[in-house]
Design a protein around this ligand. Structure first.
Ligand SMILES: [Ca+2]
Ligand SMILES: [Ca+2]
Ligand SMILES: [Ca+2]
Length: 386
């Protein structure tokens, strides 16, 4: 919102400078007028010199029509695709692919190395060996294999499907090639390749049996990679990887539901699961459901209405590193976690990281949360959040 007015102000200033420039560069013989700015009307006689381009605005207006006959408006030829070049590139690519003996599942004609010229990017089902897909780039007749890690169990993927992308994922100014793969029943793979000046190198690879996706998660421009792993019952354990300038590092983990269908059953079969379920409920604004996971003692100490006020501005929470750290007998346990809470503070999204320690108690209905001790670790605004 601030950019609009600011740019508008710059534009106005520019116009003013131009106007002042015209007024100051008065023609010879008008020094007197400059000495007496209030005498500007006396400049009128200068109009007797119609050739002067620095005269008053009325003369500028007269100059403009005189320019119209100049055939500068002749439409310039719009740059068009060089059909011959494209045809020969297609033919050359086709020959190259045929010579390699592969049947592409898909092909993309795009600039994969950032040099402004397009290359062929393709994915194919490898004709021999175990069922695998392969990927390549053909640049000026040169074939580049996009090779996964040798020790990878599934390579780029088992199934003959093609999902590719090309964009600057890590915002380092160079494009990445994204190759998505699938294996087994639900395994998803993502490989990122980039041109390093002499070869296409594997920048990072990810594998999860409950999805791999890109998500703007930390409020800093540049998407993170979120890898999902099946956890017990209906939960997915998600690990968030963030680009640090050189590689993708593990920066966070959290839980999510595996199924979208609702309602979700809160798993309170262990102290850890009760805490996870509590924050899952808060995250989806099921505050009554979260409140029900507190012990009777905790609830009697704070009525629902008073308790819920504490979440009035909460737009989401994520619990990470949920661990049972102590067990007292069989009916009480201590669970620690790091909780990231996002709050809407008058339109700004503020993320606060808390270190939380819960005392939990086993009841006839499962584990319940009794009391907590919290320490605020950090707080910052998420400029890019959705
Ligand atoms: Ca290129
Ligand atoms: Ca990049
Ligand atoms: Ca980000």
């Amino acid at each position: 919102m601030t950019r609009g007015p600011r740019w508008a102000a710059v534009g106005t200033a520019f116009v003013l400078v131009l106007a002042m420039g015209i007024g100051c560069s008065a023609p010879p013989g008008t020094d007197r007028a400059l000495d007496h700015p209030t005498a500007v009307p006396t400049r009128q006689p200068v109009q007797t010199s119609p050739a002067s381009p620095t005269a008053g605005p009325t003369q500028v207006a007269t100059l403009v029509p005189s320019r119209t006959p100049v055939p500068t408006a002749t439409p310039a030829a719009i740059p068009t695709v060089d059909r011959d070049a494209v045809s020969s590139a297609i033919a050359a690519g086709r020959d190259q692919i045929a010579a390699a003996g592969v049947q592409p599942l898909c092909l993309r004609w795009d600039d994969t190395d950032g040099d402004g010229e397009p290359e062929w990017l393709g994915v194919y089902a490898r004709p021999e060996g175990p069922r695998r897909i392969g990927a390549f780039v053909i640049d000026n007749g040169n074939w580049h294999d996009l090779a996964p890690l040798q020790q990878g169990k599934y390579g780029l993927g088992e199934h003959a499907v093609c999902t590719i992308g090309l964009r600057d994922v890590n915002l380092d100014g160079r494009p990445e090639i994204l190759i998505w793969g699938h294996a087994g029943d639900s395994i998803v793979l993502l490989h990122l390749f980039g041109w390093d000046g002499s070869a296409y190198v594997l920048i990072a690879s990810f594998e999860g049996n409950a999805g791999v996706r890109l998500e703007e998660r930390d409020g800093v421009l540049g998407e993170e990679v979120v890898v999902g792993h099946r956890a017990a019952n209906d939960l997915v354990w998600e690990v968030v990887y963030t680009w640090d300038g050189a590689t993708y590092g593990w920066t966070w983990d959290r839980h999510a539901w595996f199924y979208l269908g609702r309602p979700h059953a809160s798993d309170t079969s262990s102290p850890e699961r009760a805490v996870i379920s509590f924050y899952q409920a808060v995250d989806e604004r099921d505050l009554p459901g979260a409140y029900r996971l507190l012990t009777d003692a905790a609830r009697s100490a704070q009525p629902y209405e008073a308790w819920a006020v504490g979440f009035a501005t909460t737009v989401g929470v994520e619990a990470s590193a949920v661990r049972e750290t102590a067990r007292d007998g069989s009916d009480s346990a201590v669970v620690s976690a790091q909780v990231l809470a996002r709050d809407n503070a008058e339109g700004r999204i503020i993320a606060t990281l808390w270190d939380v320690v819960w005392s939990t108690v086993r009841t006839a209905d499962g584990w319940r949360l009794d009391s907590s001790a919290v320490v605020r670790l950090s707080q910052r605004e998420l400029e890019y959040y959705r």
